[in-house]
Each structure stands twice: as C-alpha cells, then as structure tokens.
Write a protein that binds this ligand. Structure first.
Ligand SMILES: [Zn+2]
Length: 658
C-alpha cells in the first residue's frame, strides 16, 4: 500500500484547433478561463473563472451586467412564477429539485490572461467588488428573481479597454429541468447536464447594433431575466475550461479537448472552444462513446447504455450527417471541428449549445416516425440559427427557433422524402406539412412572430410563433421567391451575419437585397402582423355561349369566382382545367376580397385549382382550393382529406408519448 501516491497520467491529446480557421472568426469581445470541479454527491460545480470583457462602445462603461441563469431554479424566481415549475411538460416536486449559483467573490483582476491578444488593459485598479453586486429585475421587478446581476465599477472601462474579472462561484445543479441539472439512471447513478452554469456577462449592445440607434452616444446592456419561455443571448469569445470529475466519468463538452490528466482518482479535462458564445458539458459514468468523422468535423455520440444499439447510433449519426451536408450546401460551412451529440434524459433532451447538442432517443419508437431524426437535425441546425447567427433569443425567438425549423423541415423532406415525418402508406406526412398543420390547428390569428418571448398573452402562442408559424412563413416566402433565390438569401444572411447578432430588420434587409424587391408587404403581414391567409374557390361554371348559332362550333363562357376569406394576401395562380385536357393559368395578386375570372373557349371548364403548385403553405384551408364543375362541394373528397388531417394530428399526439 502506498499512501498519498499521486498518479499523474497526462495523456497525449491530438492538438487540434476548435475551428477550421487560423485567425479569429468573431470579434471575441469576451474570454473565459474556467476551472470547474464536479461533486457528484452534492450535485455542485465549484468554479473559479477569469472573465475578460472589452468595451467596444464609444463611451466609458461604469456598470457591468451578468446573467446568473441557474438562479431561475430557486424558489420565487420569475421562471418559477411564470412556469409553476413546469417546463415543456417536465416538473418535479422532490426537495432536491432546486438549483442556483452563488458568487462568493468578484474582483477586478490585476492583469489580463497572458494569451489574450489585447492592446489596451483596463486602467482601473484591482479591487474586490463582491460587496457591490446587486440583483436587478429589468423585466418584471420581481425582487425574488436573481437571474440578472449588476455591479458598478469604481472606475469606468474606457472605450477599447479590456477588463479582467476574477470570480469564485458555486453552482448547485437542479434536478433536470429546462435543459440543465442532474438525473439518476435506473441503477441510481447520477447523470449531469451542466448548462447555463457559470456567471456570464450580458451583451452590451452598441450604437447601430440591433435596435440601438446608430447615433446613440452610448451602448446599452441587453440583459433579460430567465423566463418560462425564453432562451439566451451572449457575445462571442473564447472558452478555456478545465473540468474535474471522478475518474470513472465520461465527459462531453463544447469545443475540443486539449489536455487530460488523472490524479488521486480525479481526472481533469481541458477544453478549448473559440468563437462561440456559450459552453456546456455533460458527465455520466456509463456513456457509450461512438465517434465518426465528417470532413473536418469529429462527431462524438454519447449514448446511454440502454440505447446503445447499432440502430440508435445510425439514427443519430446519419441524420446529423444529412444535416451537415445540407446546411453546408444551402447556408454555409460549419466552421467548428467538433460536434458532440448527447443522449440526455427527460428535461435535458432536445437542446443546443455551441458544438454540443442533446438528442432524443425513442428506443421503442418505430422507424416510420422520425422523431429522433427530426430532433437531431433541429438541434444541429441551431449551430447556425443561434450558434453562428446569434440572434437575441429573449426578444426574437423566431430568428433562431423559426428559421431553424424552416431549414430543418427542408433537410427532413430532402433527406427522407414526402413521408419524412411519418412514413405511413397512403398517408405520408412531410416535415413541412407537419409544421403547417401545427400552425393551422393552433388559432392561427393569435400572436405575432415579433413578440418578446415572455410577452405572449398565451403561453402556447410562444411555441406556435417561434417554431411552426415562422417555418410555414419561410416556406411560403420560398414559394414566392423560388428555392434558388431563397438559398441565395440564406447564404448571404449567413455570410454577412455569422458571428454577429442579427435582428429581424437585418434579416429582412438581406432578403430584400437578394430578392431585389421591397418585402414590407410580406413581413408586415406575416412576421410583424397577424394576417391569416385563406383563399377559396366559391364557384365554377361553364355555359354555352347562346349568341353563337348551333350550326357553328360551340363556345363556352367559363367562370371561376374566388374569395379571399381573411385579411392575409399572397400572389397566386388560378389554374383552369378544361374538358379537353388543356389548362390555362391566370396569375392573381390575391388582393381583392372577391374576384371573377372569365375565359371563353371552345371547350367547357372542368375544374379550377387555386395555388396549383401548393406553395402557399400559410393557406390555412387547402381543402377549398379546388372545385370541379357540377360536382358541388365534393363532400366525399373533403371528408377523406379531413380524416387524413385528423389522423396526422392523432399520430403526432401518439409520438409525444414516447
Ligand atoms: Zn430549437
């Protein structure tokens, strides 16, 4: 027996960069150097961090603001009040469900990290600021909410200066809720999803950035409290994070692993993640690790043992690779060298962090219901819409969730075909059709995309207006502009706004420039407004022209009467199909409430179809877009289609049970 023997095993880790660029890809306004130790018994992460922040604004800044997201899981927080402790159907009443982060010390550091490339260090003196910390509640004044902290500085950070802060903190992980915390596996062993776990500086928006006027004299902090329905917002920078866990744990984290050492039964894993705006990690003793390479990207799948089958590996890997290929072709290159996919339990499932996503495994789920694929593709897509195009998720959730849901639906349908979502013979459901169905069935007139996430009158309206409706809006815009123009828009938006914080206005500006057209009429209706689109064919008739003698060839007066049922309008096409098999397309701007189209021909009209290509995804009732001459309402057809809609809704409900 050798007492006190320390075994140090530095392992050679392939020295790899976390991006495929030798130069910084973002403005790196922040940097974090964090040392974190997980205590699996206490469910705590004890950390110390040196955080740097650069004042890129035109004026001195004498107050800093921080997100302490984990405090959402302590009693009385705004998250608890708004959600009642229930997040997306997950809740817990056990005593150890609470979480939070305590900052034990906050001080201005004497010097900047040696590897930081900066020319202008903060001119103020090193000073302990712990006593100056105070919680603020900019959204609702709930003084029990401690998710935003402000600290005033004795000496302001001058324009261009970088300040370094030393912070000591302890994070108590909640039982898994709202994407973070701990859970136990069937053997009682702990699983940890460590997200939103460290004190994080807020975004100081500069003049001209998002909605701050370009001629403003100063920037302003944009820090919102953690709400039941809200996500996150942060600046880009570098993360150098050392994680200490018991040796038996398998760890997955954002970025690339640069070092690994074992000492006294604890292992320390060091990670580097550049040009990202968050860092998350997971630890569990029994992860089964599967690795593959796609071009410059190392894919690492961490499966729980009960899901460790070849089928599950392929369902995750193949769908993520399908997404990598299509995002690369349609939007732009994935610039990071790693992607970790975590098979997480319960409330930690289906979430995105930079270069780390959590999936959803349906072990008994049938292969024809592609929920795991959809979740993997969706969460991967967030590497773009959220990760690289870092919109403000509090204020403009549709820019990340909605734009992502749009491209996700395209990836799904392109990869798996018309039954992408549900491969049911005779009743296939595509991903785009599912998004549309989800929008249509939920009170389509209620709530607009351009709403702060906690300000919807009805909680369900947040989901609809952040996911299904914007996906359907973008599919409709694609139908109008054409897929080639739409791709050019996506690529341009990505090229110009990646590693930045685009707003809805910025997105519209790019769309208009690429389309070479003012799109206010579209955005005002469907992004800012609550317009509802439905056209119906009221009447189709074909009557013989009685002014032409029977001795001559017959002429027919063919009429189609269409109605714009609600306030929404889109240009569309009315297709007339004649008894002799010929067709005649009439473009219509769709603006009038009623419109009659009249065509004289030597063949009588057989049927009329509005939106014959099916590109008006926003049309809330597609059953009334076609009418056959003399066939009345064709109740049988309508009933059959209604049945298929109900069947798909039922199938979606069933899929939610897995
Ligand atoms: Zn999402």
């Amino acid at each position: 027996l050798v007492l006190g023997f320390a075994l140090v095993l530095p392992t050679l880790v392939h020295a790899q960069a976390s991006t495929n660029s030798e130069t910084p890809l973002s403005d790196r306004r922040v940097s974090y150097r964090i040392d974190a130790t997980l205590d699996p018994e206490l469910r705590t992460v004890t950390g110390s961090q040196r955080l740097t922040w650069r004042n890129d604004g035109p004026a001195p800044v004498d107050e800093l603001q921080f997100h302490l997201y984990l405090n959402a899981f302590s009693p009385g927080s705004t998250f608890q009040v708004e959600s009642g402790g229930v997040h997306r159907g997950n809740s817990d009443s056990r005593d150890d469900r609470w979480g939070g982060v305590e900052i034990e010390r906050l001080a201005v550091a004497g010097e900047l990290p040696s590897d930081l490339d900066t020319t202008l260090p903060y001119s103020g003196a090193p000073l302990d600021l712990t006593a100056r910390m105070r919680f603020i509640q900019p959204d609702d004044g709930n003084t029990n909410d401690r998710t935003v902290m402000a600290v005033s500085l004795p000496e302001a950070v001058q324009p261009g200066e970088t300040i370094a802060l030393d912070m000591e903190f302890e994070s108590k992980l909640p039982r898994v809720v709202a994407r973070t915390g701990f859970a136990e596996d069937p053997q009682g062993r702990p699983f940890f999803m460590v997200a939103q776990w460290f004190p994080k500086i807020a975004v100081y928006e500069l003049p001209g950035q998002r909605y701050v006027p370009a001629d403003a004299a100063t920037g302003q902090w944009n820090a919102h409290q953690f709400h039941a329905n809200s996500e996150f917002y942060a600046d880009f920078g570098t993360y150098d994070v050392s994680i200490r866990v018991p040796e038996s744990f398998v760890v997955g984290a954002s970025g690339v692993r640069t070092d690994e050492a074992v000492e006294d039964g604890l292992k320390t894993l060091r990670y580097r993640a550049d040009d990202v705006h968050d860092f998350a990690w997971t630890a569990y003793e029994d992860y089964r690790v599967h690795e593959e390479t796609w071009r410059h990207v190392q894919l690492r799948l961490l499966l729980r043992p009960e899901h460790d089958t070849e089928t599950q590996v392929r369902r995750h890997m193949d769908s993520v690779i399908a997404a990598l290929e299509r995002f690369d072709a349609w939007v732009g290159e994935y610039p990071y060298t790693t992607l970790t996919i975590v098979d997480a339990p319960g409330g930690a499932r289906g979430m995105e962090y930079p270069t780390l996503i959590t999936g959803l495994t349906l072990y008994m789920g049938p292969s024809w219901m592609r929920v795991p694929e959809m979740v993997a593709i969706h969460e991967f897509g967030h590497q773009y819409f959220y990760g690289l195009l870092a919109s403000n998720e509090f204020e403009e959730a549709w820019l990340d969730e909605g734009m992502n849901s749009y491209v996700e639906s395209k990836v799904m349908d392109d990869t798996y075909g018309e039954g992408a979502m549900m491969e049911i013979p005779g009743l296939p459901l595509s991903s785009r059709a599912m998004q549309r169905l989800s929008y249509v069935k939920q009170n389509p007139a209620r709530g607009s995309l351009a709403t702060w996430s906690w300000e919807y009158d009805f909680s369900a309206d947040y989901g609809k207006n952040s996911y299904a409706k914007p996906a359907t809006v973008m599919n409709t815009l694609e139908g109008y502009l054409g897929w080639e123009t739409m791709k050019e828009f996506l690529r341009t938006y990505y090229r110009e706004w990646r590693f930045r914080h685009p707003s809805t206005q910025d997105l519209q500006e790019v769309a208009e420039r690429v389309a070479d057209e003012d799109l206010d009429w579209f955005f005002d209706q469907y992004v800012y407004g609550t317009a509802v689109l439905d056209y119906r064919i009221e009447q189709v008739t074909a009557s013989r022209d009685s002014s032409i003698p029977d001795s001559l060839d017959a002429r027919y007066i063919n009429r189609v009467v269409v109605q714009r049922v609600y306030d929404g309008h889109m240009p569309t096409t009315v297709r007339m199909t004649f008894r002799d098999g010929t067709t005649h397309d009439i473009p219509w701007d769709g603006r009038e409430a009623w419109k009659e189209f009249r065509v004289e021909r030597d063949s009588p009209l057989a049927a009329a179809t509005l939106d014959p290509e099916g590109v008006l995804w926003l049309d809330i009732d597609r059953l009334n877009n076609r009418r056959v001459v003399g066939a009345g309402d064709s109740p049988a057809t309508a009933e059959r289609r209604k049945f298929s809609v109900r069947f798909h809704q039922l199938a979606l409900l069933i899929s939610a049970l897995f």
